[in-house]
Design a protein around this ligand. Structure first.
Ligand SMILES: [Zn+2]
Ligand SMILES: [Zn+2]
Length: 195
């Protein structure tokens, strides 16, 4: 595992700026990995899968430290709006969920009263606060579907309505037809036909 300062430098490059959320995300991932006994994330890359519960700054840092990425299927997003992440050891099935404490935010604001920039004060505080002050750690069980795991696609079918290909069992069966989720009524966009 790299040092906090090294990760901060890398995270700033990767994320585009340095912010309290980056520091929190780095600390969160370092805490989770050490709880699993993963001293070097690079070495354990194939064994590690991470769930993140928010699509904000901290998540980029969690991804950076763990090496888990959406495109590798090793990063899973659950849209709960919580600054939390669960680190899963695929080999032993041990999993640890780390959630940022809401009261650490308040505490951080008052730790460096000499700093006029509140973000800077929060950032500095997140660097030095203890793990127990910043986070709650829970050992959890995660049930993983084989169709969610990294590796080659488990299946590939075509939607009987739009004809588009669907991987990994994401199709729906509606009245005997194989449909993609949008054609089954679960879409997020509608085509504009006269554009
Ligand atoms: Zn940020
Ligand atoms: Zn379709």
């Amino acid at each position: 595992m790299k040092t906090l300062e090294k990760y901060i430098t890398l995270a700033a490059q990767n994320h585009g700026h340095m912010c309290p959320g980056q520091v929190l995300g780095i600390r969160m991932a370092m805490y989770g990995l050490s709880a699993l006994g993963f001293d070097d994330p690079g070495k354990y890359r194939k064994r590690l899968l991470t769930f993140v519960e928010i699509d904000r700054c901290a998540t980029d840092a969690v991804s950076l430290v763990t090496g888990c990425r959406l495109g590798k299927r090793s990063l899973k997003f659950r849209d709960y709006g919580k600054v939390a992440a669960t680190f899963v050891d695929l080999e032993t099935e041990r999993a640890v969920r780390i959630v940022a404490r809401d009261d650490s935010r308040e505490k951080a604001k008052f730790m460096f009263p000499a700093l006029s920039d509140p973000h800077e004060a929060q950032r500095q505080a997140y660097k030095v606060m203890g793990n127990e002050e910043l986070f709650v750690l829970q050992w959890v069980r995660v049930t993983l579907d084989p169709a969610d795991l990294p590796g080659r696609p488990r299946s590939h079918v075509s939607c009987e309505s739009c004809g588009e290909g669907i991987n990994d069992g994401r199709e729906r069966r509606v009245e005997g037809r194989i449909l993609c989720r949008p054609c089954a009524g679960e879409g997020y966009c509608q085509e504009i036909r006269d554009a």
